[in-house]
Design a protein. Sequence first.
Length: 140
Amino acid sequence: MHRDFHVRNLMVHGDRLVAIDFQDARRGAATYDLASLLYDAYWDWSKEAGRALIGPLQRELSWNHEALLEELNLSALQRCLKALGTFGHQLVHRKKAHFAPAVPRTLRHLQSHFQRMNHQDGVLASEHMLRLAEDRLLKG
């Protein structure tokens, strides 16, 4: 898996779409890169685009739709937590404020993953973190 698969690491070269930034690549969950792309911290996909991205992986893995969505949700939850840690490090230790707008979007994704799992404590915690992030990061 690429492990940092998001729209900012996709480039157009001629008539081809290419991925860049492979230093984190390693073996991992089959759904992790798709989760990274679908629940991107920098971009919101339409539902139609999401379905178009899920279909090829489902065919490749030969998993039923429910199993794929469950595994995808777990990978997305892991990816969001990893991304939030990275954003926190970049904001606090490296003083890179341009990561601030990605935090609320990632927290909204995190909240939706907890909702899909019916994990109410996770939903409440992510709602609280989202309010804090919006107050502290986006309003100054």
